[in-house]
Design a protein around this ligand. Structure first.
Ligand SMILES: [Zn+2]
Length: 243
């Protein structure tokens, strides 16, 4: 195509291309961007300081929160993303889990475990060495077994379900390191065994286990991890107080 020609569309279905002079395009683009409004309230966006920044492709913060029945608390833009053309906004749900929206679409907020851990200052490893090979630990495969809002250590687990079933639990120390939870040796083994014992000991005469005031039907590894979070946090906090 002639480089001095640009194609624009003014119809909703892009079925009627309009060829315009390339020289006029920049001006038109500027005008279009300057005229942007929220598709719900029809009001122009305010920048960072105002209460109506654009948080999705075409929705302002006020309308977006209302659309979610005001169940989310806006916590700000994701500052870790610098290269992207789009901006990501973060929200907390009632449980303190981070959800995000992006200016690349108008979708409802999506939960992110990695963003949640990062938000509260818990490190997430990006790979692990197992039997001589380096295994990447991709985002989207993490689970939290602990209370990120109140604990200083939580067990996080990477679970890979495709190809081969593998899972790697770690102890993640707030503003510190992530340590593989090794059940066979070292300090993590000691914590793991103590947690397992505590889980077993919580069994009542009817055969139910008890954890955080809840009755649980069966013994599970996940519950052991929750207890490891409790024990590791208590130990860590006690050590901080001694300092
Ligand atoms: Zn709006």
């Amino acid at each position: 195509m002639n480089p001095q020609v640009k194609i624009v569309y003014l119809d909703a279905y892009h079925s009627h291309p309009i060829a315009i002079a390339e020289s006029a395009f920049a001006d038109i683009e500027r005008q279009v961007l300057a005229a942007r409004v929220c598709r719900i309230c029809g009001l122009p966006y305010t920048e960072e300081t105002g209460n109506r920044p654009r948080v999705t492709q075409n929705i302002c913060l006020v309308c977006y929160l209302k659309k979610q029945q005001d169940t989310y608390t806006f916590v700000g833009k994701d500052e870790t993303e610098s290269t992207s053309h789009y901006t990501t906004s973060l929200y907390l749900d009632v449980k303190g889990i981070v959800h995000y929206s992006t200016t690349s679409n108008d979708n409802d907020p999506e939960e992110s475990i990695e963003m949640t851990l990062r938000f509260y200052g818990f490190p997430v490893p990006d790979s692990i060495e197992a039997s001589g090979e380096q295994i990447p630990l991709y985002a989207g495969n993490w689970y939290i077994h602990g209370d990120v809002r109140n604990q200083s250590v939580v067990v996080i687990e990477f679970i890979k379900r495709i190809d081969d079933y593998r899972h790697f639990p770690f102890l993640s120390y707030k503003q510190g390191e992530a340590v593989l939870l090794d059940k066979r040796r070292g300090n993590t083994r000691r914590l793991y065994l103590a947690a397992k014992k505590q889980h077993e000991a919580s069994k009542d005469r009817r055969g139910y286990y008890h954890l955080h005031g809840r009755e649980i039907g069966n013994f599970s590894e996940t519950n052991v991890y929750y207890i490891v979070s409790d024990l590791a946090s208590a130990e860590y906090d006690a050590k901080q107080q001694d300092k």
